[in-house]
Every structure is written in C-alpha cells, then in structure tokens.
Design a protein. Structure first.
Length: 380
C-alpha cells in the first residue's frame, strides 16, 4: 500500500500550510519499516513515518488497525518485531521504557489512588536533578498550567473525570519530556468535556512546543487538534496528511469511506472522456478522464457537495431523486435520497431544508458536481 506524504496536492487550511512549511528537514521521531507480530497475527506491516519537532500527529483508524500497537512500540511497551525507531537520531527500538525520553497519558488515567494530586504529579521527579524545592515549584507550575492550582491536596477519587485527565497530563509533562504520547486520552469522558479538554490539550501542546503523538478512533477529535493524521487499516498506513488533505483528497478507497460521511457507488468508465455509468445513470466525473473505457471504478462524493434543487428548478444533468430520510444535526441537516438505484447523502443548512420543503417522499433534483466525484479504480 503506498504511503502518501503530507505534500500531496490537496486543499489545506492556512494553519496547516504554515505548520507544514515550518517543519525542519530532520525528523524528531522516525519509524522505519516497522513490523509487529503476535504469534501468527501480523499487527503492523512495514510502517514508515516521520514526525517533526513540535508537531502534533494523530494515529486514526478502526479497532484492530494497529494504531495502539505502533504507539506502544514507540513507548517501548511492545517493541517491534522488525524495523527500527529513532528519536532525535538515537535508535530506541529495543530500549526499555525507562531509558526513553517520553511522557504518556493512558485512557484509564492510571493515577495512584492513595496519593494526592501533588504526589501523583511529582511521582517521576526523583534523583539529583530534582531537589525537593524544584519538585515543589514544578508541581505548582504544572497544576497551574492545567488549571488545577487549587486541587493539589485532593485525592483522585475527589476529582471529576476531566480533572483526573488533567492530572495525568501534568504528570506526563512533569519531567519535561521531548515526546508526549496520548493513548485514547479522552475516550472515557462525556462529549462536552471531551470537546473542551481536547482544545485545552492542543493549546497546551502548542504553548509548550512538545512533540506529540496521539491515538484515537474519534475522527472529530483527530481532525480538530492534529497537524497531520496517520490513517491506518489492517496494520498499514493508508495515508498521511493534514486534516484537510485526508478529507478532501483521500489517497485510497478506505480513506474515502472511513473519513467523514460520503455516498459510495460502483461505476464503469464510459465515453466521451470523463463520463461514467452508475446503476444505469450517466454521470460526469472529472477524475475519470484519464481512465480507459470500460474500467470499473468506485466513486465517492461528500454530502456537502451534493447540490439539491426543487424538481421544477432542476439544472441540466440533475438526477431525479426522492427523499427517504432526514437527520437534524443542529447547524446542518443530512438528507438521505434515492436517485433510482443510487443511494445518496446530502447535507444542507436548516434554512435551505425549509426552502426545499424537503420531507420523506418529496421529489427533488440532485446534482453531483463533476470535480467533486472521487474516483478509485477497482484494480488498484
């Protein structure tokens, strides 16, 4: 499976472009041809990855895709079977965790219930480099940074889930690690707390400039905080790119179907150039122009790119469609449609929904802009 770099063509935000242009040539973390087997089960297959200093990279994929295995390999908790991992040019592949430069936050927080918040944060600050006075200063500094300056004397059981996660984050950052690893750090929290805390983590990461790798299965979480996303499936990297790149220009059929929502349909390349036939419907797909007549393809289109009109105002080339379902999602409404045998999703603002008078059973016209139809040859 080819690995797509973050420099692939795509629509990127100004922030993402700025982040990419500021990356140094030398990677802070380098994963080279890493594989991992558990008996006969292959968890990772020749994974290659570079993470720049100060970058926030997220491993995203379904359960069992290998993302946590890769993170644990970086941490030294499950060293790889093949390949190597380098941090600042130092080969750490088979070093024990204690000899690596990282802090880690687990899904379960892993706080010591019999220690106060202060003691939890200070737990790893030992040795001659951390005299008592400096430890006290560091704990006060970190609890202030994570907004828990007045909670140091409490025990974990006296804190909310969000507060416990802040303590775990402060503890991971206590000894000033060069690398911060986050293993599903927010999955145990409710939706509102999770959304608030993920922005706090991103803000803190940017302020400290610590290189960060996070594992999550939550697409919104990954899209909202990452400089780049590593999309994984079946132990392989499917694509590496900015959030805008993996959404707007997915490199593989898997990424197109996994990231966000989309309508999917099988088609055959027809003539003239750029025409395809899907379930008896002739459509124009600009991405199919270079493909041979008769080639079988899989097409995807995002709901927000499907244009809807009332049937009497249908533009040329629009498909007659019938509304089969509605989902009200606050700022957007998702409409399910049947255009003959084709099943489509469209996303419109509530005001547009009212103007269309859309409701189950109502006939509309659906237009699929040719430049928005994503095409993937079936033989690739």
């Amino acid at each position: 499976m080819p690995i797509v770099s973050a420099s692939q063509p795509g629509i990127a935000t100004d922030y993402a472009s700025a982040a990419a242009s500021s990356r140094p040539a030398e990677a802070y973390l380098r994963v080279e041809e890493v594989g991992k087997q558990f008996g006969t089960f292959v968890a990772l297959r020749r994974v290659n990855l570079e993470v720049a200093t100060g970058e926030f990279v997220t491993f995203l994929g379904p359960s069992g895709c290998g993302k946590t295995t890769l993170l644990r390999g970086i941490a030294g908790l499950d060293p790889p079977t093949t390949g190597r991992i380098l941090q600042e040019g130092r080969d750490i592949t088979h070093l024990p965790p204690a000899e690596r430069d990282f802090g880690i936050v687990f899904q379960s927080y892993a706080l010591f219930p019999n220690l106060t918040v202060n003691a939890n944060v200070a737990y790893g600050l030992r040795g001659t480099a951390w005299p008592r006075a400096r430890v006290r200063e560091r704990v006060v500094e970190l609890l202030g940074i994570v907004g828990l300056g007045d909670q140091g004397a409490k025990y974990p059981a006296q804190l909310s889930g969000g507060q416990q996660q802040r303590v775990a984050l402060a503890r991971a950052l206590a000894n000033e690690p060069g690398l911060l690893l986050l293993d599903e750090p927010l999955s145990a929290l409710d939706a509102i707390v999770r959304q608030h805390l993920r922005q706090e983590i991103r803000s803190l990461q940017q302020r400290l400039g610590v290189t960060t790798v996070m594992v999550t299965h939550d697409q919104e979480e990954a899209m909202g905080v990452s400089d780049r996303i590593v999309v994984m499936s079946n132990g392989r990297i499917e694509q590496i790119g900015t959030p805008a790149q993996v959404y707007d220009t997915p490199a593989t059929r898997f990424v197109a179907g996994f990231i966000g929502h989309s309508s999917r349909f099988e088609a055959v390349v027809d003539s003239p150039s750029g025409m395809v036939v899907a379930a008896g419907q002739r459509l124009h797909a600009a991405a199919a122009q270079s493909l041979l007549y008769g080639a079988r393809i899989t097409c995807y289109i995002r709901p927000e790119h499907v244009r809807l009109d009332r049937r009497e105002a249908a533009p040329p080339g629009a498909l007659p469609a019938v509304v089969t379902g509605l989902e009200f999602l606050g700022s957007v409404c998702r409409i399910s449609l049947e255009a003959g045998p084709l099943r489509l999703l469209a996303a419109v603002a509530p005001a547009e929904l009212a103007a269309l008078e859309a409701a189950p059973g109502i006939a509309l016209a659906a237009t699929l802009p040719p430049e928005r139809v994503m095409v993937f040859p079936d033989d690739v």
